[in-house]
Design a protein around this ligand. Structure first.
Ligand SMILES: Cc1ncc(COP(=O)(O)O)c(C=O)c1O
Length: 377
């Protein structure tokens, strides 16, 4: 599919390639069929209900990180799949509702477990998120295992009888955007070396997300690993990818709305901004652009339309001169973009389209009234 050939009626727009999402979901289904593991979609990466509906037939349920995500998951699933929660953000006001909505809760700390597990054990399956302390991500901002991490309980707690008695499962999510599974193998080797007895006594093991499963060439190694874990310990393995499902399926299309020189550089102002993909600013990422041509003669800084001086996508090269009204397409922006978007400066959210069979189908538009409702208070 060449996204640039598809007619998109409005700009800026967030485009979701349905066929790509279905292909990723089919790969996950294959993994489930080959191993008997259960795959959940981690809705935090993109909780758009249309996407949840597309994925529903392929996954065993959804993984969530808050009461609102849990409620949304429950509405979409309407009893046809399981809801799994883990978060550092549980508060005592929400726990009663959460234990009724979620079938599985992996508490993020021993403190959470001791305070809340008793409330939930009647209705839902209780687990503990572990932090094995094995860092495998270079950038500590993405590293769940960084020093002084807030994510998961240190492994030594598994030696305590009072902890073992409260849990039926374990959760480990330790990686970020991984394209090979060696970090996961290391985590599991550590668990098996030091906590084999505990693995024999649990019912399930959630291996989290953090791996780009759709880009991992060698799925056979992962398949063997999951099969062996399930057979040896008689446990149910869960996976909960987000980015792997929607990341590559998302595009943001924007139009050039102004062009000028600034200190010797050509600046192209777009009708989008980092409001629509905040991780560009948060982590200083340069998003990939479909139109970029490494050998292109014409170089521009693509910038956003807000008052923030650092609202800059980066420097890109083009094979032709840009003109006002030209479209640019950012790619691989399906995960953690729209869900973090804001209307800073009063610039609207992008319209949302599904792309299927080379056609754009409108899913959602936000109006001035939506903006007013947000701030009318
Ligand atoms: C506990 C947990 N599970 C799953 C995910 C999804 O990860 P990804 O989108 O990288 O697959 C995350 C992401 O932060 C997470 O924190």
């Amino acid at each position: 599919m060449n996204i640039q050939n598809i007619r998109i009626p409005t700009s800026p727009a967030f485009l979701l390639d349905k066929d790509k999402i279905v292909r990723s979901a089919e790969k996950l289904q294959y993994l489930q069929q080959q191993t008997g593991c259960k795959v959940l979609y981690s809705i935090k990466s993109l909780p758009l209900t249309t996407v949840l509906q597309w994925l529903k037939p392929y996954v065993d349920g959804f993984s969530v990180s808050s009461l609102f995500e849990a409620k949304l998951a429950a509405e979409v699933l309407s009893g046809t799949g399981s809801i799994h929660l883990t978060t550092p953000g549980i508060n005592s006001r929400e726990i009663k509702e959460l234990v009724h909505i979620c079938q599985f809760i992996s508490f993020n700390s021993v403190s959470q477990l001791n305070r809340f597990a008793g409330l939930g054990s009647q209705n839902c399956n209780i687990g503990l998120r572990l932090n094995p302390g094995l860092s495998s991500v270079d950038d500590i901002r993405y590293d769940p295992c960084r020093t002084h991490s807030k994510l998961g309980a240190p492994l030594q707690y598994l030696h305590e009888k009072s902890i073992q008695q409260q849990i039926r499962g374990l959760h480990v999510h330790t990686h970020f955007a991984g394209k090979d599974i060696r970090p996961l193998e290391k985590v599991l080797a550590l668990l098996e070396r030091d906590f084999q007895k505990q693995l024999y006594s649990i019912e399930w093991l959630n291996l989290g997300g953090g791996y780009l499963l759709d880009e991992i060439e060698d799925l056979a190694t992962l398949i063997d690993l999951i099969r062996r874990l399930q057979e040896q310990y008689q446990i149910q393995v869960f996976l909960e990818p987000g980015n792997a499902v929607v990341g590559q399926a998302g595009f943001i299309v924007a139009s050039v709305i102004d062009l000028f020189d600034s200190d010797g550089k050509r600046i192209a102002v777009l009708d989008t901004s980092i409001n629509h993909n905040p991780e560009v600013f948060e982590y200083q990422i340069k998003p990939e652009l479909v139109n970029h041509d490494d050998k292109g003669h014409y170089c521009y800084d693509l910038v956003g339309n807000t008052c923030l001086s650092g609202d800059i996508f980066g420097e890109y090269r083009f094979s032709k001169v840009l003109a006002i009204g030209d479209s640019v397409f950012f790619k691989n922006v399906g995960a953690y973009s729209l869900v973090k978007a804001s209307r800073f400066n009063g610039h609207n959210f992008p319209d949302i389209y599904a792309i299927s069979n080379n056609e754009a189908i409108g899913l959602k538009k936000y109006s001035y009234q939506d903006y007013k409702n947000q701030w009318d208070g």
